[in-house]
Structure formats: structure tokens, C-alpha cells
Design a protein around this ligand. Structure first.
Ligand code: FAD
Length: 322
């Protein structure tokens, strides 16, 4: 590589759709350090917010809140996931006060799943109870996201009752929703049609899980009820341990999915990053949201069609050295 270009970089293009990014709380100091680097790389995408998951029963509360604090300190909007199963009104009240004091403005309000062997207990049965409680206790202090299931939550009595449960969460005060991941765009569009038919107008943002590992994906999907279409499952299995082929195939499949979702009017995309930067950056590059830059490395100012308005500084990330 010659001339003034000393590093290859990724930078935002003008082709924008609002994005959000999900992380889980790291368990070790090394994991926390690695996640800081991952976040810096992903901030190139200028996410609307970054969210951090919350172990049901409050098991990860400290790690979740620490990660949320760091994201806020990095100048990025942060959402704390917040699950209520097994919780009491008093514990939730205390946690809400902590989040408010931290400057958190956005929550992803969930029921959660307790590990088997734990009795449910607690004073909240469903996420809708939590949403109603947060609204009653804190008014409009928080933007509240809830979960949505285009392929139907695994414990739902029926698709109709699950849709009704979603409507109840919105009626209780949810501002927007993020879906469970899926690989069949029709499931999302049909769900959106049903939501529209009920007169529900909150944005339903598709949750996107990049495919990087066959076994991990099968394990997650069995647990959360996300369907892996037979043609995807069989091809993934046929690659065996060939991770390069799994990643290349996964990138093709998920890029197509995101393109269908954008073309069909999805309001934004939420990436389940799994605390890795490369899969999400590769997807965004394929979607035309990022381009490789061969210019000198100084940050530049560039006009971008405003989601929030005005000129925005385009951060750049080093992805390789000559
Ligand atoms: P709910 O909306 O309460 O629904 C749970 C089940 O109860 C559904 O089957 C629904 O149909 C049914 N139901 C709801 N209301 C009623 C009613 N009134 N009568 C009868 N049935 C009803 N889990 C975590 O532990 N931590 C996280 O950080 C986390 N983040 C997530 C983020 C997203 C975007 C998504 C999609 C899921 C996440 N989960 C997380 C997983 C989630 O906790 C599980 O899917 C859980 O099983 C359901 O949570 P919910 O908030 O959707 O529950």
C-alpha cells in the first residue's frame, strides 16, 4: 500500500438505518477489557443506543450496571435490560432508583427465565406487570423497550395469546420493541401486519443474530424458540468444523435477511453482537453502511442524512495495518 494511506479503516457511508447493539455483561476483568475494545470498534456504527443484558433473578446485576455505566461514560446512550421474574416491588424500586441515578434513560423490560430448579416466586408474573410498575413508579423517566416474538414465544398458549401479551405490554406503557432473532423475514412481516391490525404503532425493531458458529446457534435457538430453517441448519451441519465456510455462509444469509427487512420497511436493526465486533462490522459493510477507507487516518467531518440532525463526526476504526 503506498501514498498517504498507512492504515485501512472502516467508516460510515451515507446509507443509514438506525442501529442498536446488544452486549452481555463480562464475567472477568479480562472480559471487561476486551469488551471495551469491541465497543470502541462498534461505535464506528454510531448506534442509537447500546444495551446490556440482565441475568434473570438479578444474577448479573453488578456486571450489567457496570457495563451500562461504562457505555454512558463513553458518551453513548445505554439501555439496561431489566428482568422481573423472582423480583419483588421493593427490589425493582431500588434498582430503578440506581439506574436513574446513573443517568440511564432506556430500559429493556422483560420477564426473564429463571434457571430450572428455581421457583418463580416474586411479585411479577409477566413483563407487562413490570412495564406497568415502571410507569407507575417513574412516569416518563425511561424509554421502555419490550421483547417481541415473530415466531411466537415458546411458552405461549397460542400465537393469538402471544400477540395479545405483546399488546398488553404496549398498553402498559412500552415505547418500542425488539424482536427475538429469526432467519425468516416473513415471520417478521406477518407479525408486523398483525401488530398494525391491532392499531399498535410502536416501532418493532428486528433483532439480528449474526451466524458465526453452528453449535452455538443451535444451542441458543433450541433454548429460546428461534427457528433455524431446515435449509440453513443442514448447510451449517454440512460444514462440520470448517468455521470459515460457516462464517461466509452465515454472512450471506444474514445480509440477505437484513436487506429484506430494510426493503420491507423495518424501522431499525438491533444486533445481538455476542460481545464481538467482527461479525456485526462485516454485516454492516456488506449492507453498505460501512466502507473501507484508504485515506489518511485523521477523523473527518462528513454530512450524513440526519436521524438526529446536523453534521456528525465520523469515527474511524483501524482494521488492519499494511
Ligand atoms: P412476557 O412478555 O411476560 O411473556 C412470557 C410468556 O408469557 C409468553 O409466552 C407470553 O405469551 C405469556 N404471557 C404474557 N402475558 C400473559 C398473560 N397475561 N396471560 C398469559 N400468558 C401471558 N432474558 C433475560 O433473562 N435477560 C435479558 O437481558 C434478556 N434480554 C432479551 C432481549 C430481547 C430483545 C428478547 C427478545 C429476549 C430477551 N430475554 C432476556 C429473554 C426473555 O426474558 C425470555 O424470552 C422470557 O421467556 C420472556 O420474557 P418476556 O419479557 O418476553 O415475557
Amino acid at each position: 500500500m503506498g501514498g498517504a494511506c498507512e492504515t485501512e479503516k472502516l467508516m460510515l457511508t451515507n446509507d443509514r438505518i438506525p442501529l442498536s447493539l446488544e452486549f452481555f455483561p463480562p464475567k472477568t476483568p479480562e472480559g471487561a477489557e476486551k469488551l471495551r475494545g469491541v465497543r470502541q470498534q462498534l461505535y464506528t456504527l454510531q448506534p442509537e443506543f447500546c444495551s446490556v443484558t440482565f441475568g434473570a433473578g438479578g444474577s448479573t446485576q453488578e456486571g450489567t450496571f457496570n457495563a451500562v455505566r461504562e457505555i454512558l461514560a463513553e458518551g453513548v446512550s445505554a439501555a439496561s435490560h431489566f428482568s422481573c421474574i423472582g423480583a419483588t416491588k421493593d427490589t425493582v424500586r431500588t434498582q430503578l432508583a440506581t439506574l436513574k441515578a446513573m443517568g440511564v434513560k432506556r430500559l429493556v423490560a422483560l420477564r426473564g427465565d429463571l434457571p430450572s430448579g428455581y421457583g418463580a416466586g416474586g411479585e411479577f408474573h409477566y413483563a407487562s406487570d413490570l412495564v406497568a410498575f415502571i410507569r407507575a413508579e417513574t412516569g416518563d423517566d425511561f424509554h421502555i423497550e419490550v421483547a417481541a416474538y415473530p415466531e411466537v414465544h415458546p411458552q405461549a398458549k397460542s400465537p393469538a395469546s402471544d400477540l395479545q401479551a405483546f399488546a398488553t405490554k404496549v398498553k402498559a406503557g412500552a415505547d418500542s420493541a425488539i424482536t427475538q432473532y429469526f432467519y425468516n423475514a416473513d415471520a417478521y412481516f406477518r407479525f408486523q401486519d398483525e401488530v398494525d391490525a391491532l392499531g399498535i404503532t410502536v416501532p418493532v425493531v428486528p433483532g439480528i443474530m449474526p451466524i458465526t458458529s453452528s453449535t452455538q446457534l443451535m444451542r441458543f435457538s433450541d433454548a429460546c424458540g428461534a427457528e433455524i430453517p431446515r435449509w440453513i441448519r443442514l448447510r451449517l451441519q454440512s460444514f462440520g468444523d470448517d468455521t470459515a465456510s460457516i462464517k461466509a455462509f452465515g454472512l450471506d444469509v444474514v445480509t440477505d435477511l437484513c436487506e429484506q427487512l430494510r426493503a420491507g420497511g423495518a424501522p431499525a436493526i438491533h444486533f445481538y453482537t455476542m460481545n464481538q465486533s467482527a461479525p456485526t462490522l462485516a454485516l454492516c459493510e456488506r449492507l453498505g453502511l460501512l466502507s473501507r477507507c484508504t485515506q489518511p487516518a485523521d477523523p473527518i467531518m462528513e454530512a450524513i442524512p440526519p436521524w438526529g440532525g446536523g453534521l456528525r463526526e465520523v469515527a474511524m476504526v483501524t482494521i488492519g495495518k499494511p
